[in-house]
Design a protein around this ligand. Structure first.
Ligand code: GDP
Ligand code: MG
Length: 596
């Protein structure tokens, strides 16, 4: 394809503002997907995306578009909106020259509208502002066009109005993309340089790598070299996604497509790496990506410990498609062998464990999430604690926790409740700006640990769902934190140790001991369950002793029933963990860990 006829753009917006739906209409209007094959959120290809109605992965598709008799090639990337997937968006931006900034005409600008916009500006993309959902009776396009114009410094008339539902305005949008988004400016005659912006493990084809050609032309069956690793491969096939994979003879500068690299080892296909050719290699790689920093950590353990090798393999494959995931092996007294994994947030964590169970058939337990702490001891030694159970013994001098800069957009009547909530979560208020006479953006500095767990749900409920939240890591502070241990019959249960603020330590201790008392079945002896800070007990519950005589219920009669009961009890035993003398069903751990 001639470079001057290519337009690469992404669709960015706050979650639920209609990116995937607008992308659907583009696929339909351009004839790439027939009426018969069309279904909602077509590009949300994973089951989990369809069920939850959210986009997790960016998806690139090639779409032909004719304007004034000339056929253009549009490279469209639909992106996720949730704050946990910002890293997905930043990679998509790298493959584009333009961004369609979509704003729901019933809601206006929200927190991720702003963060995505700032990212697009940082990447020097041409921004096309668009109001979506104008078909809805509650849409107020005039008011929100003014808000957007105010933000971008354009005229309200420059803001397009579309409906992803009815398709109104989509034709005009595509024409405007052709007119305003500049064509790619790579050098078509230079040595090949292609940026790997994503990859995925396909059980039938092996590793599929998504690339944005920057310079040169890559031909099928040409030997390729990964520039950062220096490895050389014989690619099987290359092509474009339209919306299925279609093999082509070559990919030219500016095009977005895929290569099946033939790489066997997943570690050799690194997102952000530059592909060049073996025969005529480029001198300099492309800038690539900054590795994302995990925000929260949690342990992932197979319910059946024999599945540990499968879990490792599954993580390796998932990592390919999820560059933000990090993991290292971990052992736990209570849960056996597993991995300590780093995630970008709680939704990311949830999605990873769900994908592991769906796509790889693994049954997993995840421990309570935590952030990382820098601990300095009285003896001067320093420790980076990613796992509360690895908290060093001895006298602690200082604990430092990560902070975030948070931005909350809310209608002004909720300012008071938002302030209360932030205060409860140890937030420090910064500035406050009016986006319009009715809506404000509030800035806070807050401990990451306070914001990643239940903050968002509380924010939503206190503002009737109207507030939106965005945050990024920003500095650290020393804080009054303590480690709370949970002991069953005097034995510390590593999976339940937590680092919490001193003021909340008692609540945590009481909650966990209560919960475990309810979950652990009575046994022949009394079992104390305690919460402790160091050697000081802060909460205690007791499971009273029981003479466990299951056959007593059978009144001596029915022998088959007796046998069944015994068998049932035996099966139950298999899933028991022995902690000292105490038998704890694995389900008790899962239940205690799952509800926070
Ligand atoms: P995304 O998170 O930005 O990808 O948003 P989706 O495309 O998944 O859309 C979120 C919800 O808004 C879905 O229920 C869509 O059906 C709905 N929606 C999207 N665009 C429109 C529109 O133009 N009009 C109406 N009425 N609903 C829309
Ligand atoms: Mg979507």
């Amino acid at each position: 394809t001639q470079q001057s006829l290519i337009r690469n753009f992404c669709i960015i917006a706050h979650i639920d503002h209609g990116k995937s739906t607008v992308a659907d209409r583009v696929l339909q209007l351009s004839g790439v997907v027939s009426q018969r094959d069309m279904h909602d959120q077509f590009l949300d290809r994973m089951d989990i995306e369809q069920e939850r109605g959210i986009t997790i992965k960016s998806q690139a598709v090639r779409v032909p578009w004719v304007k004034d008799g000339t056929e253009y090639t549009l490279g469209m990337i639909d992106t996720p909106g949730h704050v946990d997937f910002t890293y997905e968006v930043s990679r998509a931006l790298e493959a584009c020259e333009g961004a369609v900034l979509l704003v729901d005409a019933t809601q206006g600008i929200e927190a991720q509208t702003l963060s995505n916009l700032y990212m697009a500006i940082e990447h020097d993309l041409t921004i096309i502002p668009v109001l979506n959902k104008i078909d809805l009776p509650s849409a107020d396009p005039d008011r929100h066009a003014a808000e957007i114009a105010n933000l971008l410094g354009c005229s309200p008339d420059d803001v397009l109005r579309v409906s992803g539902k009815t398709g109104e305005g989509i034709r005009e949008l595509l024409n405007q993309i052709v007119d305003e988004v500049p064509p790619p400016h790579g050098q078509s005659q230079a040595p090949v340089r292609a940026l790997i912006f994503d990859s995925v493990y396909d059980p039938y084809r092996g590793i599929v790598t998504y690339i944005r050609m920057v310079d040169g032309e890559l031909k099928a069956r040409q030997k390729i070299r990964m520039m950062s690793l220096g490895t050389v491969h014989d690619p099987g096939e290359l092509g474009v996604i339209c919306p299925d994979m279609i093999a082509t003879k070559a990919l030219g500068a500016g095009e977005v497509g895929y290569v099946i690299t033939g790489v066997k080892d997943v570690a050799q296909s690194k997102v952000g790496d530059t592909i060049t050719t073996e025969t005529l290699p480029a001198e300099q790689p492309l800038p690539g990506y900054r590795d994302p920093q995990p925000m929260v950590y949690s342990g992932l353990f197979p319910v059946d410990n024999a599945q540990f090798p499968e879990l490792r393999e599954a993580l390796d494959k998932l990592k390919l498609n999820d560059a933000a995931l990090v993991y290292e092996p971990e052992t736990s007294v209570a849960l056996g062998f597993g991995f300590r994994c780093g995630f970008l947030g709680l939704l990311h964590m949830e999605i990873v464990s769900e994908r592991l169970s769906r796509e790889f058939g693994l049954d997993l337990i995840s421990t309570a999430p935590n952030v990382t702490y820098k601990v300095t001891m009285e003896d001067g030694s320093q420790h980076l604690v990613k796992n509360p159970s690895e908290f060093p013994d001895g006298k602690v001098k200082k604990i430092v926790e990560p902070l975030v800069a948070a931005s909350i957009i809310t209608p002004k009547e909720f300012i008071g409740s938002v302030m209360d909530l932030c205060q409860d979560h140890r937030g420090q208020m910064g500035t406050m700006e009016y986006l319009s006479p009715e809506r404000v953006e509030m800035h806070y500095t807050m401990p990451l640990a306070e914001i990643v767990f239940d903050f968002f749900d509380q924010l939503k409920s206190r503002t009737k769902g109207y507030a939106s939240l965005d945050y990024h890591e920003d500095g650290e502070q020393a804080a009054d934190l303590v480690k709370v241990d949970i002991l069953i019959q005097g034995d510390k249960i590593d999976a339940f140790s937590a680092i919490v603020h001193k003021e909340k330590s008692y609540t945590y201790g009481v909650m966990m001991t209560k919960k475990l008392r309810e979950l652990i079945p009575r046994q022949q002896f009394e079992i104390p369950i305690q919460a402790a800070i160091g050697s000081r007990i802060i909460a205690r519950e007791t499971i009273r002793a029981l003479r466990k005589d299951v056959l007593a219920k059978c009144y001596g009669g029915d022998i088959t029933r007796k046998r069944k009961l015994l068998e049932k009890q035996k099966a139950g035993k298999k899933r028991m963990k022995m902690l000292g003398h105490v038998e704890v069903p694995q389900e008790a751990f899962i239940a205690a860990l799952s509800t926070g």
